[in-house]
Write a protein that binds this ligand. Structure first.
Ligand code: GDP
Length: 323
């Protein structure tokens, strides 16, 4: 019997766990060509019923803290234990180059060749929001392909943490043993997102790591609202020696067991919808409005001939000022 015409050719191999199909599907979803977007939507709709079954872990930390070493060590450990592990790695170098120059083959050599693992580097540059939108869809694709754990890496600078935290179940921050100094640099906004904080490189200076852990514990306690179902934890580890990684994963599992993930995910889905809607409305608007008209009004606003509110009213032509 013939396949139903609507079925996307990647759906079946993706659902049977083909890494090649997964890689192609992600490329399709990341494409901005209109004909690809339609195909991507068809594919995503078909695989959606098979998504949602992974533990989604967001991971952040400043460059050099040991993220790729940590992801590689934890990933290999999980993959060796029989789990299928997908890593969506944000390539920190790409912000400047627009391409993936480091390449995760060199960043995570053992995980890259592990049959249970899938690594996908994404350029972090330019349209951060756009990448994040596709990261969410990429998570769904990985889940449909049967991955049990999806690790989403983000660089510890800028807006990306909030976006990654908004699409994962548990958010892990890696810090260094001199966290006391570093705490000054970690934006309060990021600390508020953290579920598990890990002082990495504890092998380098064990005493400093213990001190840092204590300081972070205090900081996290101060930030945790009363009655929260999960109290963020601070742990110590060495991504290099593997020490403490089991405790980190145990904390992830405790978090997953003790938290109402379905509520968190429902809220995230609504946020996703709002984000997509905002983007779609903006694109539809841009397609409908005459570019010269918009440019002229922008120029009027820039020159002070119109206030920003008047400019919006002029574009919408409704006198509301967009309110
Ligand atoms: P990233 O930029 O956050 O991805 O950091 P990397 O994983 O590339 O690590 C930066 C450097 O720190 C590398 O030279 C690693 O070998 C080293 N490193 C990472 N984790 C540890 C650790 O736990 N202990 C020690 N001693 N070195 C580490």
């Amino acid at each position: 019997m013939a396949e139903p015409a609507a079925s996307h050719p990647l759906t079946s191999p993706l659902l049977s766990g083909s890494r090649r199909a997964l890689a192609k599907a992600i490329t399709l979803v990341e494409s901005t060509r209109p004909e690809h977007e339609a195909q991507a939507q068809a594919l995503l709709a078909e695989v959606a019923p098979h998504a949602g079954n992974s533990v989604r872990v967001g991971l952040t930390g400043v460059p050099g803290v040991g993220k790729s070493t940590f992801i590689e060590a934890l990933g290999v450990r999980l993959a060796d234990s029989g789990k299928r592990v997908a890593v969506l790695a944000v390539d920190p170098s790409s912000a400047r180059t627009g391409g993936s120059i480091m390449g995760d083959k060199t960043r995570m050599p053992r995980l890259t060749v592990h049959p249970q693992a899938f690594i996908r580097p994404s350029p972090s540059g330019g349209t951060l929001g756009g990448v994040a939108r596709r990261t969410r869809e990429t998570i769904a694709l990985c889940e449909a392909a049967g991955y049990d754990v999806v690790l989403v890496e983000t660089v510890g600078v800028g807006q990306s943490e909030a976006q990654v935290a908004a699409m994962t179940d548990v958010f892990v921050l890696l810090t260094l043993p001199n966290a006391g100094d570093e705490l000054q640099g970690i934006k309060r906004g990021i600390m508020e997102l953290v579920d598990i904080c890990v002082v990495n490189k504890a092998d380098v200076s064990p005493h400093a790591a213990i001190r840092a852990q204590t300081e972070l514990r205090t900081a996290l306690t101060l930030l945790t609202p009363h009655g929260a179902s999960w109290r963020p934890v601070a742990l110590r580890a060495s991504a290099l020696s593997g020490e403490g990684l089991e405790e980190v994963w145990n904390a992830v599992e405790r978090y997953v067991a003790g938290t109402d993930l379905s509520t968190r995910r429902r809220a995230q889905t609504v946020q996703w919808f709002d984000d997509l809607l905002r983007e779609a409305v903006w694109r539809a608007f841009q397609a409908g409005v005459e570019a010269g008209h918009l440019r002229a009004i922008r120029a009027d606003v820039a020159a002070g001939r119109l206030t920003a509110v008047q400019g919006v009213a002029a574009v919408l032509g409704d006198g509301t000022g967009g309110r």
